[in-house]
Design a binder for this molecule. Structure first.
Ligand SMILES: [Ca+2]
Ligand SMILES: [Ca+2]
Ligand SMILES: [Ca+2]
Ligand SMILES: [Ca+2]
Length: 300
């Protein structure tokens, strides 16, 4: 009995340690079934790990894996490099901004944009998307703005990925409600983040910001993130119940990320076409990883 108790206690400690690393995973399904999966995907909470949106090239470097909340510290994890963006060898697809809905009326995961022709920065009205705040990320720092129906945002690059809109905020006269520094960490292992990646080396990146400016609205918040080409879309939502436990974990874990050292952000072999739906509409598997977790484009 004593041994069993030790095992149970040990298990709880191990579970807590896993949770403390990144807080609580609040990722939810992005509404797009039939996504492009790779490795053993889809896996993870919401089925968002080892997954990108339907018809797109599937590889770790384009993968957005999860939103985690540690107190008021929001962390995004992915194979995508949130600091530098990722290149397909032709252009670099830049990081995006974090959109927040606090009253449950935001439109996400569905294509409501009718403009034709690829290209990012086509203007979208927030009157259609109904997000309430945006964390406007500019390299090492961010500013938070309160959005209105008059606020403007930019579309993702590929029209086939319009269900991932919006990509970024286009500043107008919105009031700034907060600002801070972004923490980026790179080259994290599967074990460190709790998500699956390439087997040939640490392949996870994180980006963390503080969402304490939301105050009580945090408990009803939904977060949305995509990058410039919209190849993957990621949604997080604070659970309706259990927030007290969530916040307790957060109190215990605050500062964990701050104590990890920064590593070089570049990752070798990051050349693959971001969105191939036009080129290979029925062959999403062309980007799938082999048994060693490498996509063909990584082999060189
Ligand atoms: Ca992954
Ligand atoms: Ca994903
Ligand atoms: Ca809203
Ligand atoms: Ca997704």
């Amino acid at each position: 009995m004593y041994k069993l108790k030790l095992l149970v206690t040990g298990g709880l400690v191990a579970f807590a340690a896993t949770q403390l690393a990144f807080g609580v995973n609040i990722t939810i399904f992005d509404k797009l079934s039939g996504g492009s999966y790779f490795g053993a995907g889809p896996s993870g909470r919401g089925g968002e790990d080892q997954e990108v949106e339907p018809g797109n090239l599937a590889a770790q470097k384009w993968d957005l894996e999860g939103f985690n909340l540690t107190g008021t510290r929001l962390t995004l994890t992915g194979g995508y490099d949130f600091r530098t963006g990722v290149s397909d060898g032709i252009r670099n697809y830049r990081p995006g901004d974090i959109f927040i809905d606090v009253n449950g009326d935001a439109k996400w995961g569905t294509d409501i944009f009718t403009t034709r022709g690829d290209g990012s920065n086509k203007r979208l009205s927030n009157a259609d998307y109904k997000f309430d705040y945006v964390i406007d990320v500019e390299g090492p720092s961010y500013s938070v703005y309160k959005l209105t129906d008059s606020s403007q945002t930019g579309s993702v690059y590929f029209r086939q990925n319009d269900e991932s809109n919006p990509w970024r905020f286009i500043p107008g006269n919105e009031p700034k409600v907060a600002a801070g520094s972004v923490e980026y960490v790179s080259h994290l292992s599967n074990r460190q983040v709790g998500f699956m990646g390439d087997l040939n080396g640490p392949s996870h990146y994180t980006m963390s910001v503080d969402v304490g400016f939301l105050g009580p609205e945090l408990e009803s918040s939904l977060f949305k993130y995509t990058y410039e080409c919209g190849n993957d879309n990621l949604i997080g939502r604070v659970p309706d119940t259990g927030n007290a436990g969530l916040l307790l974990l957060g109190v215990l874990a605050v500062g964990f990320l701050a104590h990890r050292s920064l590593a070089p952000a570049s990752q070798p072999g990051c050349f693959a076409v971001c969105s191939r739906r036009r080129l290979h509409p029925t062959n999403a598997g062309s980007g799938q990883e082999d048994a060693r977790g490498r996509s063909p484009s990584d082999a060189s």
